[in-house]
Write a protein that binds this ligand. Structure first.
Ligand code: FRU
Length: 473
C-alpha cells in the first residue's frame, strides 16, 4: 500500500520515497513516455544525485522503475536529457534501429562536464560511454544540464547547455563529438541568478501554420515571486545562432508566475510538445514538510504559442488523459458584488468554468476541513492576480507563507481551470496562457471551493467540478 500518506499527491508524480528534483531525460520511445529525475535513493535530502526512472503510456499514470544512472568515478549524475537515436547515428547500438541515448552532467564537487550513456532495452539498463566525458570542462563553474534534440534543417543534434549567466549551443552528428556553435544571453539581466535546465524547441503558433523557436531557461534565484522560476524567449534558430524577437530590455517572459514550477523541459520524439516541471522552489525545497518522499512533479502540460499583436505567449494545457471519474455540471450562475457561492469538492480535483461577464475583482478559495483558506483573487483593473498562501503549514521556512502575484497581460479572463491536489494548486486561465503553480500545505483536507465577487457582478457559465482518478491506480 504505497502512496497513501496524508500529504501524498494523488494526481502528481512523486517517488515512492526519498528526494527528487528536476525532470531529466524526457523521451517517448516504443509506446512509453520516460520520466527520469534527479534523485537521491538513500535520503530525503539533495545529495548523491542519481537518475530515478518512471514510465507512463498516457502521461498521467506513472510506474516507478529501478534507478537508471548512478554516480561513478567522474562524479554524481546531474540533470540532462535523452533522445531516441533511431538511426543509430551514435554507432553505439548493435541494431540499425538504434535505441536511447542519455546526455547528462557529471558533477564532481562543483566541477561539471557532459557525458552520455545508452540503453538497448527501453531505458531499463544503461551503459555509460567509455570515452566520457564527451564535453570536458572548460574553466566555467556552472556548465550543466544538456538538452539535446535533432535539428532537421541543419541535420545535426543540437545541445543547449546552461553556463551561469548564458547558454551555449553545441552541434554533433553522432552525440559523441561536439562542436561549439554559439553563445547566447550574456546581455540579459540575471542579477545574482544562475541559468539552469535550458531547452530549445520549435512550437506551433495557434491558428496558423507557423512555428516559432522558443528558448527556455530556468533561473534561480530571480523568479518573479522569489527563488526559482522559468522564463522563455521566442526567436529564430538557424542551426548555429539563436536570435531573439525582442530587445534585451523587455524580452523576459515567465512561463509560470507561481513559485513552484521549475527546471521544466520537453519530451523528445513526440508530435505535439509536452513538458513537466519540478513543483518546488529551491528557497524552501529542502525543508518542505513531506516524507518519506520529497517532492512532486507538476502535471504534464501540452505547450504551444498564442500570438498577441507582435508578442508570442506560451500556452500550457494540462494533460489529464483519463478524464474525470465524476463531473458535476452546474447551471449558470450570477454572483453579485459581495456575494459568494460554495461547492463541495474532493481532496484532489478541479473546477473548470467560463466567465460570461468577468467582474472587475473576483476570486475563488479552496477551503480545508480545518477551515484553512487558500484564496486566489483576480483584479482586472490592475491587470493582476494574487494567490494568498498564508494559511496551512509554513513553519518549515520563513519564505513560504506569501502573497504570490502574476500578470494578466491585458487579457480579460474568460476560462478558468483550477486543479488542486493534496499539497498544490495549479491555476490555468484562458486555456493556459496565464499559469500559476503553487504548493500549499493544509493540515486538513480540501473539501470546498467558494467563488466570490468583490466588485460588480460575476456571471459564470458551465461550472464543472471534477474528481479525478488517482494516478497510482
Ligand atoms: C536545477 C539543478 C540543475 C542541476 C540539478 C542538480 O534544479 O540545480 O542545474 O543539474 O539541479 O540536482
Amino acid at each position: 500500500m504505497h502512496y497513501q500518506e496524508a500529504r501524498r499527491p494523488q494526481i502528481h508524480f512523486t517517488p515512492q520515497e526519498n528526494w527528487m528534483n528536476d525532470p531529466n531525460g524526457l523521451v517517448y520511445f516504443d509506446g512509453e513516455y520516460h520520466l527520469f529525475y534527479q534523485h537521491n535513493p538513500n535520503g530525503n535530502n539533495h545529495a548523491d544525485m542519481h537518475w530515478g526512472h518512471a514510465v507512463s503510456t498516457d502521461l498521467y499514470h506513472w510506474e516507478e522503475l529501478d534507478i537508471a544512472l548512478a554516480p561513478d568515478h567522474l562524479g554524481t549524475i546531474f540533470s540532462g536529457s535523452a533522445v531516441a537515436d533511431t538511426h543509430n547515428t551514435s554507432g553505439l547500438f548493435q541494431q540499425a534501429s538504434g535505441g536511447l541515448v542519455a546526455i547528462f552532467t557529471h558533477d564532481q564537487e562543483g566541477h561539471q562536464q557532459q557525458s552520455i550513456a545508452y540503453s538497448e532495452d527501453k531505458g531499463r539498463t544503461w551503459t555509460k560511454y567509455e570515452g566520457n566525458p564527451v564535453i570536458p570542462n572548460t574553466e566555467l563553474q556552472d556548465f550543466r544540464d544538456p538538452k539535446v534534440a535533432w535539428h532537421e534543417e541543419s541535420e545535426q543534434w543540437v545541445m543547449v547547455l546552461a553556463c551561469g549567466d548564458h547558454v551555449q549551443f553545441f552541434g554533433s552528428l553522432n552525440l559523441i563529438d561536439w562542436k561549439h556553435l554559439s553563445s547566447f544571453g550574456r546581455e540579459y539581466p540575471s542579477d545574482d541568478g544562475v541559468w539552469e535546465c535550458p531547452d530549445l524547441i520549435k512550437l506551433p503558433v495557434e491558428g496558423t501554420n507557423e512555428k516559432e523557436w522558443v528558448l527556455i531557461v530556468s533561473i534561480n534565484p530571480g523568479g518573479p515571486n522569489g527563488g526559482s522560476a522559468v522564463y522563455y524567449f521566442t526567436g529564430t534558430f538557424d542551426g548555429q545562432i539563436f536570435h531573439p524577437n525582442e530587445a534585451a530590455s523587455n524580452a523576459l517572459k515567465w512561463a509560470d508566475e507561481g513559485r513552484d514550477f521549475y527546471a521544466s523541459i520537453t519530451w523528445d520524439n513526440t508530435e505535439d510538445t509536452y513538458w513537466i516541471g519540478w513543483m518546488n522552489n529551491w528557497n524552501y525545497a529542502k525543508t518542505a514538510p513531506v516524507s518519506p518522499w520529497r517532492s512532486a512533479m507538476s502535471l504534464v502540460r501540452k505547450i504551444t504559442l498564442q500570438r498577441h499583436q507582435d508578442n508570442y505567449l506560451l500556452k500550457q494545457e494540462p494533460v489529464i488523459s483519463v478524464g474525470p471519474v465524476r463531473a458535476e455540471k452546474n447551471s449558470a450562475l450570477t454572483i453579485s458584488a459581495g456575494e459568494s457561492q460554495s461547492y463541495d469538492v474532493t481532496p484532489y480535483g478541479s473546477a473548470e468554468f467560463c466567465l460570461e461577464h468577468p467582474s472587475e475583482q473576483w476570486g475563488f478559495q479552496l477551503v480545508s476541513d480545518q477551515n484553512e483558506v487558500f484564496r486566489l483573487e483576480i483584479n482586472q483593473d490592475d491587470d493582476s492576480y494574487t494567490f494568498y498562501r498564508t494559511e496551512g503549514q509554513s513553519d518549515f521556512s520563513q519564505d513560504f507563507a506569501s502573497e504570490i502575484t502574476g500578470a494578466l497581460h491585458g487579457l480579460k479572463l474568460e476560462q478558468i481551470s483550477a486543479i488542486w491536489d493534496n499539497c498544490s494548486l495549479e491555476f490555468f486561465a484562458n486555456d493556459g496562457v496565464v499559469v500559476s503553480t503553487n504548493l500549499m500545505f493544509p493540515y486538513g483536507k480540501i473539501h470546498a471551493i467558494e467563488l466570490y465577487s468583490v466588485k460588480t457582478e460575476l456571471v459564470v457559465s458551465q461550472l464543472t467540478i471534477n474528481e479525478f482518478p488517482s494516478i497510482w491506480k
